[in-house]
Design a protein around this ligand. Structure first.
Ligand SMILES: [Zn+2]
Length: 153
């Protein structure tokens, strides 16, 4: 099942459930359990008033999610730096020149062949945009290759 299909199915399930029941009532136990985590964090010995505890728990929850959002943004940024799966124009030319403008899979070259620069280890498997991981391919071979790794590469 694809991701979108499972999402779709989940959505249908949720709607069907909400059509029958009050969703706030359905999620109340989960929400209460979730909040009690923050209640415990801000008031581990139960010394605060209900109002004060609620206020502090809300603040703790907000701080927690802000921290998470910050961390994930930071991770995304550093991944982007290291990953470098995008092929720059300069690198593309280096690869084409090294391969003498010839498809490395079928050997075709010339004006009529549409050449692309291909990742030998696909980006989806962590392949990088480096001279070692790139090779020249015609669009036909590249399309047929899809996400398969080059066996003799
Ligand atoms: Zn080819």
């Amino acid at each position: 099942m694809t991701v979108s299909a499972s999402t779709q199915r989940g959505r249908i399930g949720a709607y069907a459930l909400h059509a029958k029941y009050d969703s706030r009532q359905l999620t109340a136990p989960a929400r209460a359990a979730f909040m009690s985590r923050w209640d415990k964090e801000v008031d581990p010995h139960g010394l605060l008033s209900e109002e004060e505890r609620f206020k502090r728990a809300e603040a703790a929850k907000r701080a927690h999610f802000l921290r998470l959002a910050y961390l994930s943004a930071k991770k995304r940024r550093s991944r982007g730096r290291q990953n470098g799966s995008k092929v720059s124009t300069r690198l593309r030319w280096q690869v084409l020149e090294r391969d003498h403008f010839r498809c490395q899979y079928c050997g075709r070259s010339g004006e009529t062949v549409d050449l692309v620069v291909d990742h030998m280890i696909p980006v989806s498997r962590g392949g990088l945009a480096t001279l070692e991981n790139l090779c020249t391919a015609c669009s036909d071979c590249n399309a047929g290759k899809a996400d398969e790794e080059l066996s003799d590469g």
